[in-house]
Unconditional design. Structure first.
Length: 258
């Protein structure tokens, strides 16, 4: 059974002063949407591991704090000073579950890391540096993990790579005009469905792909689009948390089977 690290949004708050929704969160609706999402995952046989990052306003976005490759949980080096304290509860969780891990020295966040076959696409964002990407490849070589890192350039106005691109079943993915390196992605993912910027702005690529291929998405148009391509989808409204710039994918950290 797949395991995801999740964190209940106890103290959810938008910290970005430029965000027009900063003081416009319907907390009752947010909690109902989050509970619905959690119930969907449980019903889909996902093993959820809750961690309480009680001091963090962005704690719900667990995808950022790490990424799991080849049995190793890479602990992110978060650029945002407001979130650095989230690492300590994660390290405690790692110790309790005896998970092999590596702590990144250079800046990188899990939302920029997308695994596909024997490749790892890593986005060059404001949160993930060129040095961080190079460090991941170096560690993989040292650990004899045969996976190749592919850096991907995209519009840095978007927070992470998974906000503008994601993979589906083997040979297929969803991308957008915000990605500058679609020609590179196309070398590895043969069928790239492109969505327009308006749909991408709704975080349509920030979905959760379950082990059986089911896609959980917070965007109704994306659910309908993927169903037209033969996918089984579950629509899960997530409007309030999305106001902070992250959606369903940002709210899960896959860690394999533990």
């Amino acid at each position: 059974m797949n395991s995801y690290i999740v964190s209940y949004p106890y103290n959810f708050q938008i910290l970005d002063e430029k965000n027009p929704n900063k003081d416009n969160i319907d907390f009752e609706k947010m909690i109902n949407e989050y509970n619905n999402f959690i119930n969907i995952l449980i019903n889909q046989q996902v093993n959820l591991k809750f961690i309480n990052f009680s001091k963090s306003k962005s704690q719900v976005f667990t995808r950022d704090i790490g990424f799991f490759i080849g049995g190793i949980l890479f602990v992110s080096n978060l650029k945002d000073e407001n979130r650095k304290d989230e690492i300590n509860p994660l390290l405690k969780f790692i110790e309790e579950h005896k998970i092999q891990y590596y702590t990144m020295k250079n800046n990188i966040e899990g939302g920029d890391v997308i695994l596909y076959d024997n490749y790892i696409f890593i986005g060059l964002s404001d949160r993930t540096s060129k040095e961080g990407i190079e460090e991941v490849q170096k560690v993989l070589i040292e650990k004899n993990i045969d996976m190749k890192v592919i850096p991907i350039n995209f519009n840095k106005e978007k927070l992470h790579l998974d906000c503008v691109f994601n993979v589906l079943r083997e040979g297929e993915g969803v991308t957008s005009d915000y990605v500058y390196d679609n020609h590179i992605l196309n070398r590895y993912v043969k069928k790239l469905y492109k969505i327009g910027k308006p749909l991408s702005d709704k975080l349509a690529t920030n979905f959760v792909k379950l082990k059986d291929g089911t896609i959980v998405t917070g965007v109704l148009e994306m659910a309908e689009f993927l169903e037209g391509k033969g996918y089984r989808t579950i629509y899960c409204p997530y409007e309030e948390i999305e106001k902070a710039g992250g959606s369903l994918g940002c709210s899960t950290l896959p860690i394999g089977e533990i």
